[in-house]
Design a protein around this ligand. Structure first.
Ligand code: ATP
Ligand code: XMP
Ligand code: GLN
Ligand code: MG
Length: 537
């Protein structure tokens, strides 16, 4: 892996709340909720050694976990966290881990709680600092629980600040040390006031500055990029017109102007008019120094006779790397004359979920999703990576795009796979098949937009099937191909449901495709969910 940029640390710019992850399925939601309050936070595995931390967190949150604290192989926090002197909040397992470290007692309980519960907030008149976690909250509040263990004895010097009908120690606090524990999950929306509680912790108790906004991120990130790249350095990056690479490219353009070189590869399997549209949007409208490399013939030649989708992906990925490297070398040559430095950096649109995915405490795997690193590009190129979005979630990237002046249409664009239409043509990819698939996809997306449904659908496309069916047109028998329409609802693309289109929309789309596209006499709608199907065919 090439080295990461580390010139200016994000932690020197924003107060940071550290979330230590014990493997709960909700851990990343804690991060989301806190960022929504305008406070920067980061998640690390619970095994993080405090002496190896290269920043001083303003506060620490211990997440939930599928383990029980008394399990042989239970994940353990570095006890040094309790000596850092910053406020700590334990959530569910986190509460139990705090108690475990303070000689409290945790046992499996007879009355496990899964789902809604009523938490009675207990205010303490003599220990006012303990009340700060539930500041502005009173009486009984709805919370969401998911636990089978509970405290049956308070650790020394802790007091109860909340209970439910079955958990006498559902919320506890240590006043002097500012350590808090809650048995419920404030990060899920089923705890309606959860966000207030997290905000009370990070702002009221940790006193973290709420300065994490995309406006402030832009200024700071631009300054950071300038410092990394230096006054003459140059950066290359592959852009596809997808939201991540476009936002990253726009940020680079703001930071170093034309010393950023964006490359769009026209591989012959992009959507109809896509390259022209991207060139207009990125080049003309956003002023990004963009070159479009027209290499459709090269790609289509290499795809001749190939029907296996994985082979198609490989061929496209490898050819892509070849083209990109050749183009980067050309740019290096062309700009040698001026006083620019050599190209040293490669821009990548890596997002925070990809980073989180690679830091699981169950054994950090350094694999960031492979399709995010354009094939094996990085190993060969010896360029250093620059990843301006690596701290951001997808919705933050969209927000950032908005502040940077990107069109709504671009910001909400459906994802489009790198191998594009080649994997949406089942069977051999020929120029004729590309033309049919493109035309069908174009009509489909156009009609979805007209019906006002584009934003409701996470991804939609038309696939061209390699089978022929009988039809009748103008009293004549036809024997032509089939178009399959796919549209899914999903937030993470890991699981997905097919979209329930209104019938009249489907009817209209089908009519148009059959009437307007020669070679197609049938349209079907894919009603398979993922799993067991995938989104692409
Ligand atoms: N035709 C292309 N020309 C240049 N770069 C490309 C092309 N297709 C893909 N890439 C590069 O590969 C990366 C990964 O592609 P991917 O489709 O996963 O993400 P994206 O295009 O940025 O966003 P989205 O997921 O919204 O499509 C892109 O960010 C871009 O750097
Ligand atoms: O860049 C890419 N290269 C690929 O080879 C590829 N295959 C699938 N996808 C996209 O990934 C998401 C999940 O798709 P699947 O359910 O088909 O795996 C969907 O968004 C797909 O479009 C790809 N993206
Ligand atoms: N959600 C959790 O953190 C659960 C913690 C522990 N496994 C329990 O059942 O109590
Ligand atoms: Mg894409």
């Amino acid at each position: 892996m090439p080295s990461q940029d580390k010139a200016v640390d994000v932690h020197s710019l924003y107060d940071t709340i550290l979330i230590l992850d014990f493997g709960s399925q909700y851990s990343h939601l804690i991060t989301r909720r806190i960022r929504e309050s305008g406070v920067y936070c980061e998640m690390l595995p619970c095994t993080q050694k405090i002496s190896d931390l290269h920043f001083n967190p303003k506060g620490i949150i211990l997440s939930g976990s599928p383990y029980s604290v008394y399990d042989q192989d239970a994940p353990r926090v570095d006890p040094a966290v309790f000596k850092l002197g910053v406020p700590i909040l334990g959530i569910c397992y986190g509460l139990q881990e705090i108690a475990w470290n303070h000689n409290g007692s945790i046992v499996p309980c007879d009355c496990r709680e899964y789902g809604h519960a009523l938490l009675s907030i207990l205010k303490n008149q003599d220990h006012l600092l303990m009340n700060k976690l539930f500041e502005n909250l009173e009486g009984d509040i709805q919370v969401w629980m998911s636990h089978g263990d509970q405290l049956d004895k308070l650790p020394a010097d802790f007091r109860v600040i909340g209970k439910t009908s079955t958990s006498p120690y559902a919320a506890i606090a240590h006043e002097e040390k500012q350590i808090f524990g809650i048995q419920f999950h404030p990060e899920v929306t089923h705890t309606p006031l959860g966000k207030e509680i997290l905000r009370n912790f990070v702002i009221g108790i940790c006193r973290a500055q709420a300065n994490w906004t995309m406006e402030s991120f832009i200024d700071k990130e631009i300054a950071r990029i300038r410092q990394i790249v230096g006054p003459n350095g140059q950066v290359v990056g592959a852009v596809s017109g997808g939201v991540d690479s476009t936002v990253a490219a726009k940020l680079m353009k703001e930071a170093i102007g034309n010393r950023f070189h964006a490359i769009l590869v026209d591989n012959g399997v992009m959507r109809l008019n896509e390259c022209e549209t991207v060139k207009k949007q990125l080049g003309d409208h956003l002023g990004i120094n963009l070159r479009v490399v027209q290499v459709s013939d090269l790609f289509l030649n290499r795809l001749k006779g190939i029907t296996d989708p994985e082979k198609k992906r490989k061929i496209i990925g490898n050819t892509f790397i070849e083209v990109f490297e050749a183009e980067a070398a050309k740019i290096d040559q062309e700009t040698k004359e001026g006083n620019h430095g050599e190209i040293q950096y490669l821009l990548q649109g890596t997002l925070y979920p990809d980073v989180i995915e690679s830091i699981s405490f169950k054994g950090p795997s350094a694999t960031i999703k492979t399709h995010h690193n354009v094939g094996g590009l990085l190993e060969n190129m010896k360029l250093k990576l620059i990843e301006p979005l690596r701290e951001l979630f997808k919705d933050e990237v969209r927000e950032l795009g908005k502040v940077l002046g990107l069109d709504e249409e671009l910001i909400w664009r459906h994802p489009f796979p790198g191998p594009g239409i080649a994997i949406r043509i089942l069977g051999e990819v020929t120029p004729e098949q590309v033309a049919i698939a493109r035309a069908a996809d174009h009509i489909y997306i156009e009609e979805i937009k007209k019906a006002g449904l584009y934003r409701k659908i996470a991804q939609a496309y038309a696939a061209l099937l390699p089978v022929k069916a009988v039809g009748v047109m103008g009293d004549k028998r036809t024997y032509e191909q089939v178009i399959a329409l796919r549209a899914v609802e999903t937030s993470d693309f890991m699981t997905a449901d097919w979209y329930p289109f209104p019938y009249d929309v489907l009817k209209h789309i089908s009519n148009r495709i059959i009437n307007e596209i020669k070679g197609v006499n049938r349209v079907v709608y894919d009603i398979s969910s993922k799993p067991p199907a995938t989104i692409e065919w």
